[in-house]
Design a protein around this ligand. Structure first.
Ligand code: NDP
Ligand code: MG
Length: 395
């Protein structure tokens, strides 16, 4: 690695990925500096992170919290800004080397595009950006010669399996899924699950949105779309297999039938670190995997009849255009509705399907079309939730 300290901008530093990224930076302060931190509304955590890491910028999206952050950091040489636009403006700072996108949802799209246009490498956790506008984002990355380094554990695994295989054709990607807390359950069971049940992921501790996505298999659907854009493969070259132990993080099958897998204990700090140090690997003290502690690594087909979201995502990917943007927006509203006890677990798929049928399809969307599709879908989905008859809450 070069001796120069790499300045890292962390979008969403107060979240699960953001805080683990700061752990990696803290453990390697000879290599990395947290240069820019952002939060949506968690001012208290942003303030304590800024006091500890003294970044150049601390940005709070919620403008109502600006004064609180500004006053708390007044004694430090930190520029405190507020609002979404401030992120887009400051992400282009010439000293930033890499932008780690760890905010959740569609909100990551515009800052990521601004960073790419400014020539910043992207360590991408915010999968929704590629789901919504994968074609535009990957084309822009090519045009500006920036790397998109996957942080998502499955995509990091595939990326690691592909290292050194640049000229070897891929037959298929095999993405592993834990199956989430409801693996093996049927529709009758799912009709009555609560947000608390769904928030208990067996292997990973993550933010609320991705935890619900994992329980509903939408996370895997989003990851299939993410993989299409990161690795330039067709939908039918991407297979999902349930592997409840989450030890094999994903695999690549090459043209000769050989399969490479990347393995390890489930710990997001590893893919985060690899994205920041790529192409190098560096020492760490993360807990090591012991084969004898896991004598049975098992695999099974996903139950797509019960967990319909995975198939909806494949359908959206095959239809292309703005369809993945529609399912992403519909899913964000569905997950928020479920978390707020407005709709039941199974109704999330119904809502997404309804949006896929009702929102205008655009075959070749521009960025503006994506912004409009996102807005339109959210409004439609919100209204749909409000008009759902009470009994439909658990359909
Ligand atoms: P969290 O909910 O834990 O954190 C989200 C972060 O984004 C917080 O800093 C939050 O700020 C900020 N944020 C939320 N909404 C907005 C918004 N509208 N505008 C700007 N900032 C916002 O999420 P995770 O860390 O779990 O996930 C982040 C991304 O990484 C997601 O796209 C997820 O799919 C992906 N990912 C996560 C993994 C994980 O293990 N957690 C694994 C693989 C991918 P505040 O704290 O103020 O609300
Ligand atoms: Mg993942």
């Amino acid at each position: 690695m070069s001796n120069q300290i790499k300045n890292v901008a962390i979008l969403g530093s107060t979240g699960s990925i953001g805080t683990q990224t700061l752990d990696v930076i803290k453990g390697n302060s000879n290599l990395f500096r947290a240069f820019l931190l952002t939060a949506h509304s968690n001012a208290d955590l942003l303030i304590s992170q800024a006091i500890e890491f003294v970044p150049e910028y601390a940005i709070i999206c919620d403008t109502g919290k600006y004064l609180q952050v500004k006053e708390a950091l007044a004694h430090l040489p930190i520029q405190v800004l507020a609002g979404h636009q401030s992120i887009i403006d400051s992400i282009t700072h010439p000293d930033i080397a890499v932008v780690l996108t760890a905010m959740v949802g569609f909100a990551g799209l515009e800052p990521t595009i601004a960073a790419i246009k400014a020539g910043k490498d992207i360590a991408l956790a915010n999968k929704e950006t590629l789901v919504v506008a994968g074609e535009i984002v990957t084309a822009l990355a090519k045009q500006h010669d920036v790397k998109i380094l996957p942080v998502d554990s499955e995509h990091s695994a595939i990326f690691q399996c592909l290292a050194g295989e640049e000229n070897n054709p891929v037959e298929k990607l095999i993405i592993t899924a834990s199956g989430g807390p409801f693996r093996g359950r049927n529709v009758d069971f799912l009709a009555n699950v609560t947000r608390e049940d769904a928030l208990k992921h067996p292997n990973w501790v993550m933010g609320a949105k991705i935890t619900i996505d994992s329980a509903s298999l939408m996370n895997k659907g989003l990851e299939v779309i993410e993989a299409k854009w990161l690795f330039d493969v067709d939908a039918d070259q991407i297979e999902v297999i349930v592997h409840p132990q989450s030890i094999i993080h994903s695999m690549v099958q090459f043209k000769d039938g050989s399969i490479k897998a990347q393995m390890g204990l489930p710990d997001m700090k590893l893919p985060i670190q690899y994205a920041l140090t790529y192409p190098d690997r560096i020492q760490n003290d993360f807990k090591r995997f012991d084969f004898t502690a896991y004598p049975n690594l098992t695999f099974e087909k996903p139950d797509v009849d019960t967990f319909r979201n995975l198939n909806l995502a494949y359908m959206a990917l095959k239809q292309g255009g703005n369809m993945p943007c529609i399912i992403n927006a519909a899913n964000e509203i569905a997950v928020a509705g479920f978390l707020n006890n407005k709709i039941g677990f199974l109704a999330m798929s119904n809502l997404i399907e309804e949006c896929m049928q009702q929102i205008a399809f655009i075959e070749k969307p521009t960025l503006n079309d994506y912004l409009n599709t996102d807005k339109e879908t959210r409004i439609f989905a919100q209204n749909f939730i409000q008009t759902l008859p009470l009994k439909a809450i658990h359909y």
